[in-house]
Design a binder for this molecule. Structure first.
Ligand code: ADP
Length: 423
């Protein structure tokens, strides 16, 4: 039996999952880091070795393929030997804002790279670094971690490369990007899951892996979570009820609308369309502990609609499904009873989710048929029942919610979208 290893580098730590050919989880590993970490390169290296070291020895020699996902738009520059020449820029780093004006002279209007946190905006900002002349390669987090395992530089996948401006439809860098004349090697872009090379002999020997264990092209954390859910047909969607509310709907049509922060990732022959609202669990967390959320939710009758009409935000502004940077949080009137307040919040977020899916469909995405749910809110059955009432399609919890599980499926080559293998 050949096993597969998926590794997820998320926002708060790294996780690993070993699965067998039937998709059963045989082992799970975790390594957390401090949010205030300063030396990310050291931290990621340590996390990678820690995860490999946690895999039970009996399983290591059975692993045939490894894939890694990183956070989207987390990038770093390396020299010709793969050594980072400066600190990485993390997914949420907005310093690329200073490069947006220059970028707008080249990139098409409303392109997804025209955001302060896009990989390309970050790369242009990095060009002013004192050591930039030493840089030979631009790599995403997942590319660099993969390099540590297979030793090949300058390789990425079309999920990580989307926000670098790579044309995922034509599978090439667009001409306008070439005109920027960035003096380093942009990554060669592969389909996620493509074999890149065997594990370096030194690592295979140190950890007891097979010499022919393959490392394959990875993906981003949110796509890995989508793959883990099991959604694979047009019209199937995954709602992430984490700190924010993130919708992803699989569609035959590609949708791009920068006004609403909507863009599409390529997934085989289909498109993963999506948008993210600032409402979500962070607002719930502001008012209630997780224990209170469980206790109060159990007291709510989900079949009874709440009259409270909120737009739950922690600060003004939302982009999707309402594009208004000044949009004010609406959290009044606040009833005396916490149970009623929570009912109003859950119900209002369900309305925003419904409006989000309506927007994606109005812009041309396939009709919604089925929703899987991921994130901290997925376990709340009261909320699921309320959402079900609004969304009017089956709403279920994702069977597997760990991004690392989706990445393990990618490593195994088991990702089938609409009956077609990704590769
Ligand atoms: P992220 O990874 O985006 O930070 P998680 O997926 O870990 O978020 O989910 C955390 C969020 O889930 C918190 O904001 C919390 O308020 C919310 N949450 C946790 N338990 C519940 C619950 N029982 N019902 C609704 N929301 C919950």
């Amino acid at each position: 039996m050949t096993l597969s290893l998926g590794i997820d580098f998320g926002t708060s730590g790294a996780r690993g999952v070993v699965i067998d050919e039937e998709g059963r989880v045989l082992s799970e590993m975790r390594h957390y880091w401090l949010v205030e970490t300063i030396n990310w390169v050291k931290c990621w290296r340590e996390a990678l070795w820690s995860l490999l070291g946690q895999i039970p020895e009996a399983l290591r020699g059975e692993i045939g393929a490894i894939a890694i996902n990183g956070t989207s738009s987390t990038i770093l520059l390396t020299d010709g030997a793969g050594e980072p020449i400066d600190a990485p820029l993390l997914y949420n780093d907005g310093r690329g804002a200073t490069a947006l004006e220059r970028l707008s002279w080249f990139a098409p209007a409303n392109h997804t790279v025209l955001s302060a946190t896009s990989s390309l905006a970050k790369l242009l900002w990095m060009q002013a670094l004192p050591d930039f002349t030493k840089a030979r390669y631009l790599l995403h987090q997942a590319d660099w971690l993969g390099f540590l395992l297979h030793g090949k530089l300058g390789i990425s996948d079309y999920h990580n490369a989307l926000k670098l401006g790579y044309d995922v439809e034509k599978l090439q860098y667009p001409e306008w990007l070439e005109q920027l004349e960035i003096p380093l090697q942009l990554p060669q872009v592969l389909t996620p899951g493509t074999a890149i090379g065997e594990l370096l002999p030194r690592i295979a020997a140190d950890f007891g892996f097979k010499g022919d264990c393959l490392v394959v092209a990875g993906t981003t954390d949110s796509i890995a979570a989508f793959l883990a859910s099991g959604a694979k047909f047009p019209g199937e969607a995954v709602t992430s009820l984490g700190s924010t509310l993130v919708l992803k709907l699989l569609s035959r049509q590609r949708i791009e609308d920068a006004r609403y922060g909507i863009y599409s990732h390529r997934l085989g022959d289909l498109w993963l369309t999506g948008g993210a609202s600032n409402t979500g669990g962070a607002v719930l967390k502001h008012f209630f502990s997780n224990v209170e959320l469980v206790r109060l939710s159990a007291e709510i009758n989900p079949t009874q609609p709440s009259e409270l009409d909120y737009y739950p935000l922690l600060k003004p502004g939302d982009r999707f499904p309402i594009n208004d940077p000044q949009l004010l949080p609406r959290l009044e009137p606040r009833p005396d009873q916490n149970k009623e307040f929570l009912h109003g919040l859950l119900e209002s977020m369900a309305r925003i989710e419904t409006r989000g899916y309506e927007l994606l469909q109005n812009l041309g995405a396939d009709s919604l048929t089925h929703i899987y749910t991921a994130g901290g809110g997925a376990t709340n059955s009261t909320w699921t029942a309320i959402r079900q009432r609004y969304l009017k399609v089956p709403v279920v919890s994702s069977i597997h919610r760990e991004a690392a599980y989706g990445t393990a499926l990618l490593a195994m080559g088991k990702v089938q979208i609409y009956g077609v293998a990704l590769l």
